[in-house]
Ligand binder design. Structure first.
Ligand code: SF4
Ligand code: SF4
Length: 352
C-alpha cells in the first residue's frame, strides 16, 4: 500500500484510510472481518466520529490487540471545554484505548469556529494532548472556504479534513489545498466518493470505460489521490468488495490520464446533475437558510443512515428550510441545477 506523509505530524499514512461512517449499518461480525482485512491489506488509518452511531464501539472491539498497527482518528461535535472533555472520555472508552492519535473538531460551521477558541474546546484538547490522551488536534470542515482559510492561518491544527471528490468545485483544489499543504498541515479527503454518489451506478456507467476495467469508484479515488496535497482518502466502507476495490487503488497507485479524467468528468456530470455539491455559490439566501448544510444533513440521513444525528443537527439550526419563500434567487446562482426551493420543502419534511 502506498504511503504519504501527513504534514508536520510526520506520520506515514496509507493513501487509503478506513472511513468508518457506515459501520453502524453492519454487524459486529462483519465489522471484525472488514477492519481486520483492512489492516492486513495495508490500511493504517481508521477514522470515525463520536456521532457515527456505534462505530467507535465496533472499532474498539474489532481491533483490540492491534492498536499499534494503525493511526486512530475520531471527531467530536462539541465546541466548549466541558463538552469536549466529556466526549473525549467517552471516545477513549468506546474505542478501548488510552490514546487517540488524532481528534478533530467535527464539521465546523459559521460561528462555531470562534466558539472552539472562546469557550474552551481547543484548550480542552490541548490539555488532553499534554496528558498524552491524544497526539494531534485537527479540524474537519465540509465546505466553507473562508473557515478553512482561517483554520489554516491559525497554525493551531495539525490536520485539516475536507470533503473532496471529483464532484467538488475547483476552488478547493486550486487554492485552499496547496495553501494548507505549504503550511505543513496534513490534508485528509473525506467523502472522496461524494457520499456514495460516485459509487457505481449501472445507468451512469453504461458505455463508460476506464483503464484496466476499473470502476467509477476506483477512478474517483484515483482522481482524489492524483492531487499531491492530499495524504489520504477515507472512503466509507461496509462491504468486502468495496474494501477490495479500494485496497487495489492504494496498492497500485497511478495518476489517472487525460482520457480517464475526461470520462470521469462525463460521469460526474451525470452523477452530479441536480445534486448539491456543497459549493456554497447559492449563498447568501435572503432568509438566511444555510442551504448546503441542509443538503448535507439530508445526505447523512439518506446515505449513511445517521438519522438521529442528522435530525439533531437540522433541529439545532437557527434558520431552517421551512422559512424558504420560494423566491428562487438561489436557483440563479446554483451552477449544478439543484431544484433548491423544491428540495428545501422535502428536506424539511424529512428532517424536522
Ligand atoms: S445548492 Fe447548488 S449552489 Fe448551493 S451549495 Fe448546493 S450545489 Fe452549490
Ligand atoms: S428560494 Fe428559498 S432557499 Fe432559495 S434563496 Fe429563496 S428563500 Fe432562500
Amino acid at each position: 500500500m502506498q504511503r504519504r506523509t501527513l504534514g508536520k505530524t510526520g506520520w506515514e499514512l496509507s493513501v487509503i484510510g478506513y472511513g468508518a461512517i457506515k459501520l453502524p449499518l453492519v454487524s459486529q461480525k462483519e465489522c471484525d472481518i472488514l477492519l481486520n482485512k483492512a489492516i492486513d491489506g495495508g490500511i493504517n488509518f481508521v477514522d470515525t466520529a463520536d456521532c457515527y452511531g456505534d462505530s467507535e464501539e465496533k472499532i474498539g472491539l474489532a481491533l483490540k490487540g492491534r492498536r499499534k498497527e494503525f493511526h486512530l482518528s475520531t471527531k467530536i461535535d462539541e465546541r466548549d471545554g466541558i463538552g469536549v472533555r466529556k466526549k473525549l472520555e467517552r471516545c477513549l472508552r468506546r474505542l478501548r484505548t488510552d490514546r487517540i492519535d488524532l481528534v478533530l473538531f467535527h464539521d465546523v460551521r459559521g460561528s462555531e469556529y470562534d466558539r472552539i477558541f472562546d469557550s474552551g474546546g481547543l484548550e480542552a484538547l490541548q490539555k488532553a494532548r499534554t496528558e498524552g490522551k491524544i497526539l494531534e488536534i485537527g479540524i474537519s470542515i465540509h465546505h466553507s472556504l473562508p473557515i478553512m482559510r482561517k483554520a489554516v492561518e491559525s497554525g493551531v491544527f495539525s490536520v485539516l479534513m475536507v470533503a473532496y471528490s471529483a464532484l467538488d468545485e475547483d476552488r478547493l483544489a486550486a487554492d485552499l489545498l496547496p495553501m494548507a499543504h505549504k503550511t505543513g498541515m496534513g490534508l485528509i479527503a473525506m467523502k472522496p466518493l461524494a457520499g456514495g454518489r460516485l459509487a457505481d451506478r449501472p445507468s451512469v456507467l453504461k458505455n463508460r470505460k476506464f483503464n484496466q476495467g476499473e470502476s467509477l469508484a476506483q477512478v474517483s479515488l484515483r482522481y482524489v489521490l492524483s492531487n499531491p496535497n492530499i495524504t489520504c482518502a477515507i472512503p466509507g466502507m461496509m462491504r468486502l468488495y468495496e474494501l477490495n476495490e479500494n485496497l487495489q487503488v492504494g496498492r497500485q497507485p497511478r495518476k489517472i490520464d487525460r482520457e480517464e479524467v475526461k470520462a470521469l468528468m462525463e460521469c460526474v456530470g451525470e452523477a452530479g446533475k441536480g445534486s448539491c455539491r456543497n459549493c456554497g455559490y447559492c449563498l447568501p439566501c435572503p432568509e438566511g437558510i444555510p442551504i448546503p448544510d441542509i443538503f448535507r444533513f439530508e445526505n447523512y440521513y439518506d446515505q449513511y443512515d445517521l438519522k438521529e444525528w442528522a435530525r439533531e443537527q437540522y433541529q439545532s439550526l437557527e434558520v431552517n428550510a421551512n422559512v424558504c419563500t420560494g423566491c428562487e434567487q438561489c436557483l440563479e446562482h446554483c451552477p449544478y441545477g439543484v431544484s433548491i426551493p423544491e428540495k428545501m420543502k422535502f428536506a424539511h419534511r424529512t428532517l424536522q
